[in-house]
Design a protein around this ligand. Structure first.
Ligand code: FAD
Ligand code: MLT
Ligand code: ZN
Length: 541
């Protein structure tokens, strides 16, 4: 009897979702959601809304010793002033502050000089001078990095690429873009849309992060499962070495097998081998039909089954597949006031899956989405769902609201106070194990939330442990436990955010000694005076 009731409930739920899909086809692109849910307000991502607490200086909190670098003097300042003019230098300590503190307020440097070049030649002059004078440099893009790589540890000169923001060429026959490193990802996205193209990567930080920063961290993001990573999409780049020499690998050909593939040295090296000044990237065609579904699921096992089914049924139109657990969803609802459209009688689900499809024919994609949902509900692996479709670049609030429940978790959790953030990849069956292990291991009542969310399609989960404010004792409870656990699962301690300042001493858990040795040799070759982003990526010798 109970079984019959359950079946009937699932049948009704599915009919409701299918009806929504049909309405979209009939009535254009009205946003769809579960009938019991009221429309929620659209809230846009802003960095200002994040708590403004100042972290302790990095050197103090993490007990770092300053390297043998010179300190900026008046004579150095005169050189930079002659090169760039006064208005492209920042020396005022208050103005320098935002360049010294990272986005998650985890690290804080004490640089007294920010330089803002506009051209590759200026970057070259700056580095040549810094190399000769042993002045350390911290390259900075949008400062949205999450591993403490983008801000100085001590008084390194911050080289900000924010004025290097020219779009150089859009070729809509070859589908390529060439631009300077300081272009903001969202600006590029909007620009390309005018020519029917898009960027092959998309991140929650798109409104602030720069393409040079994305390349330097080899950022993954929300659509990697469809379009692949930057090692594949980046056709070429231009970079400046520590001694000021310009390396021109700004190739725009899709095929070029001539000699060493040097661009890969700079992709993901987080500003430790050179400063990326220009990039050439291949751009996919902008899809004509995009739909997004938010699904409620009761267990991780069902989530995995749903993912497998999505792969099989949605195949070439699947453009994103993301996971949100109950604790991460509550970050959005409790801390940001976003509405969870799948809440019925004040109750949500253990897991949520966000699935996006992108294709060239609405009807075709809908049919696929239909079939997928039908099977998922028949098998009872999905318990509830809501769908929205975005027809053009005009944003429809439901579409955005669903995406915000995933994209704004990073911002929302900051309102808990302080967050220990982890970005790990593990074989898919073990995807959620680290969250369970942490909940088992951490019993300190000061811990507010242990949450997991991320890119299930890429085997990449983000784990967050939040507390009201930084407490050293809790830091030691979480680390190195989490990294050692991930290593036992044969996972990576950094799936997409990089090593930065925060993970240098855990690099050996994911990289063999022989590989770390070669990394040190490359650093020695390319930056013998170690002026570029010191204290980052490489463990100290
Ligand atoms: P920054 O933070 O300024 O710098 C990052 C690193 O690159 C630093 O080590 C810096 O020294 C170096 N660097 C910057 N520019 C250059 C350059 N031109 N040449 C050489 N070195 C340089 N990351 C993901 O991978 N996937 C995600 O889905 C994702 N989502 C995010 C969502 C939010 C809300 C936030 C805040 C961050 C997210 N990130 C994500 C992390 C971050 O946005 C990315 O790593 C991004 O690529 C950093 O770009 P940026 O311009 O802000 O670089
Ligand atoms: C994401 O996927 O949202 C980002 O990588 C940022 C984060 O880890 O919070
Ligand atoms: Zn991510």
């Amino acid at each position: 009897m109970a079984q019959d009731k359950k079946k009937e409930k699932v049948r009704r739920m599915m009919l409701s979702v299918l009806r929504q899909l049909r309405n979209v086809r009939k009535g254009g692109y009205a946003a769809m959601r579960h009938p019991k849910i009221k429309e929620s307000a659209t809230v846009f991502f802003t960095t200002e809304s994040v708590a403004t607490l100042k972290p302790e200086p990095t050197a103090v909190r993490y007990k770092v010793t300053r390297g043998p670098y010179a300190t900026v003097t008046d004579s150095h300042l005169r050189f930079f002033e002659d090169l760039l003019g006064k208005d492209r230098l920042i020396t005022d300590p208050d103005e320098c502050e935002s360049y010294n503190v990272d986005w998650v307020k985890m690290v804080r440097g004490c640089s007294r000089l920010v330089v803002k070049p506009k051209t590759t030649e200026e970057v070259s002059e700056i580095l040549r001078y810094c190399n000769v004078n042993r002045l350390a440099v911290c390259p900075q893009g949008g400062n949205t990095g999450l591993v403490g790589g983008s801000v100085p540890v001590f008084d390194e000169i911050v080289l900000s690429t924010s004025l290097m923001n020219n779009i150089i060429e859009v070729d809509n026959i070859s589908s390529t873009l060439v631009c300077q490193a300081g272009c903001i990802l969202e600006t590029l996205e909007n620009h390309l849309a005018q020519s029917g193209m898009m960027m092959p990567l998309d991140l929650g930080a798109k409104g602030s992060c720069q393409i040079g920063g994305c390349v330097s961290t080899n950022a993954g993001g929300l659509r990697l499962l469809r379009y692949g990573n930057l090692h594949g999409n980046l056709l070429g780049l231009e970079a400046v070495k520590a001694n000021g020499e310009i390396v021109n690998c700004l190739n725009t050909l899709k095929k070029d097998n001539t000699g060493y593939h040097l661009k890969h040295l700079f992709i993901g090296s987080e500003g430790t081998l050179g400063i990326v000044t220009k990039i050439a990237i291949q751009c996919p065609t902008l899809p004509k039909a995009v739909s997004v579904a938010l699904l409620g699921v009761d267990s991780f096992e069902d989530l995995l089954k749903t993912y497998q089914l999505a792969q099989a049924e949605l195949a070439e139109v699947l453009s994103s597949c993301e996971m949100i657990d109950r604790a991460s969803m509550s970050v959005c609802t409790d801390n940001l006031g976003l509405k969870n459209p799948l809440v019925i009688n004040n109750d949500g689900y253990e897991f949520y899956m966000l699935i996006e499809t992108a294709g060239s024919e609405t009807r075709h994609d809908e049919e696929k989405l239909n079939q997928f949902l039908e099977k998922a509900m028949e098998r009872e692996i999905v318990k509830n769902g809501t769908i929205a479709t975005e027809p053009t670049k005009i944003k429809i609030s439901s579409f955005q609201n669903i995406w915000q429940l995933r994209e704004r978790i990073t911002e929302g959790v900051m309102r808990d106070g302080y967050v220990f953030k982890y970005d790990i990849s593990v074989p898919l069956p073990n995807f959620y194990k680290t969250v369970h292990a942490l909940r088992e291991h951490l019993k300190d009542p000061r811990i507010k939330r242990i949450a997991g969310y991320g890119h299930i399609g890429d085997g990449n989960i983000h784990v967050q442990v939040s507390i009201p404010e930084y407490i050293d004792e809790i830091a030691h409870q979480v680390e190195p436990f989490i990294f050692e656990y991930v290593s036992k699962l044969k996972g990576s301690v950094s799936a997409e955010h990089g090593i930065g300042f925060k993970k240098t001493q855990f690099l050996h858990l994911s990289k063999d000694e022989s590989a770390i040795k070669l990394m040190h040799e490359l650093k020695q070759l390319m930056d013998p005076n170690r002026i570029l982003n010191p204290y980052k990526v490489l463990p100290s010798l």
